[in-house]
Write a protein that binds this ligand. Structure first.
Ligand code: NAP
Length: 287
């Protein structure tokens, strides 16, 4: 843990609930490795107190903070500036202090695509299937568009929510890339895809035997496909075990968590984040 002094600079995460967050563990490991006089803590903020809390964080000189559920969209009107990527996603997970006030961005996009970029694929010939259309799926859609995927197929269980999802993008180019489908389309979409991404919480601990797709459906996936689960507890999820049996390349959500945190720390401190230290802190804890 970092040593707290009279000059310690404050960072943190706001959410409701927030006690499950692994960011304090990961960021304080990084702060200790960097040897800087900063500390990162978790602040539970009820939705009705968000405005007062954000003003309070400014008043006590907090340098920056992360935002988790349920505040990622609600915080936007409380910020003075937004990066283009945060505007595209319509959600903010990282905020930092400037002379003009709070500046917000979304580092989930960079965190999500980082392990995909390491695979060195030709993304212009990949038509991904994204399971779920909640908050995380928005950052995933922007990330897949950044990679150059020509069409992004989003599958959900609620057709009304899917319609809203399809039409809720400030950038019309994103809406054009998107196709939305009900869950029963998976029989047709899975055999034809090269990248299958789970953004639903299905299979997350404690419900570790659940998967968003059946064994039969996973057996129709190409063995050359990449299967990416945003969940990082358990490692691997049942979904990724099914994909491994099929011969697919698998990625879990741990690297996304590490990379979105590293990108945030670099914004706050202006220093290169000790990514290996952050990854190891999480791996050790989760094991
Ligand atoms: P969210 O906003 O609640 O969205 C969840 C989505 O999953 C919604 O579309 C929901 O559908 C769907 N869903 C939930 N249960 C389902 C079921 N039984 N069958 C079909 N669809 C179902 O949550 P989120 O913020 O997007 O997070 C989703 C997951 O991503 C969580 O497991 C979270 O831990 C993970 N995540 C990981 C990272 C990382 O860094 N690795 C970052 C962000 C999120 P309805 O809208 O119809 O309910």
């Amino acid at each position: 843990m970092p040593t707290i002094t009279g000059k310690t600079k404050l960072l943190g995460v706001i959410g409701h609930p927030v006690s499950h967050s692994l960011s304090p563990l990961m960021q304080n490991a990084a702060i200790t490795a960097l040897g800087i006089d900063w500390v990162y803590v978790a602040w539970p903020i009820h939705p009705t107190e968000l405005t007062m809390a954000v003003a309070g964080l400014a008043a006590i000189g907090v340098q920056g903070f992360n935002i988790t559920i349920p505040h990622k969209q609600a915080i936007i009107p409380l910020l003075q500036q937004l990066t283009p990527v945060a505007q595209q996603v319509g959600a903010v997970n990282t905020v930092w202090r400037t002379e003009a006030g709070w500046h917000g961005t979304n580092t989930d996009v960079a965190g999500f695509i980082s392990p995909l970029q390491a695979l060195n694929q030709n993304w212009s010939s990949v038509t991904p299937v994204v399971l779920g259309n909640g908050g995380a799926a928005r950052a995933i859609v922007v990330g897949l568009a950044q990679l150059g995927c020509p069409c992004i197929q989003v599958v959900g269980r609620d057709l009304d929510k899917l319609t809203v999802f399809k039409t809720s993008w400030p950038d019309p180019a994103l809406e054009k890339l998107l196709e939305v489908y009900g869950w029963d389309a998976l029989e047709r979409l899975i055999p034809a895809t090269q990248l299958l991404v789970n953004t639903t919480p299905i299979g997350m601990a404690p419900d570790v035997t659940a998967s968003p797709v059946s064994d039969e459906l996973m057996k129709t996936l190409s063995p050359q496909a990449i299967v990416y689960d945003l969940i990082y507890t358990p490692r691997p999820t049942h979904f990724l075990q099914q994909a491994k049996r099929q011969g697919a390349i698998t990625l879990d959500g741990l690297e996304m968590l590490v990379q979105q945190g590293a990108a945030a720390l670099e914004i706050w401190t202006g220093q290169a984040a000790p990514v290996a230290v952050m990854r190891e802190a999480l791996q050790t804890y989760l094991e």
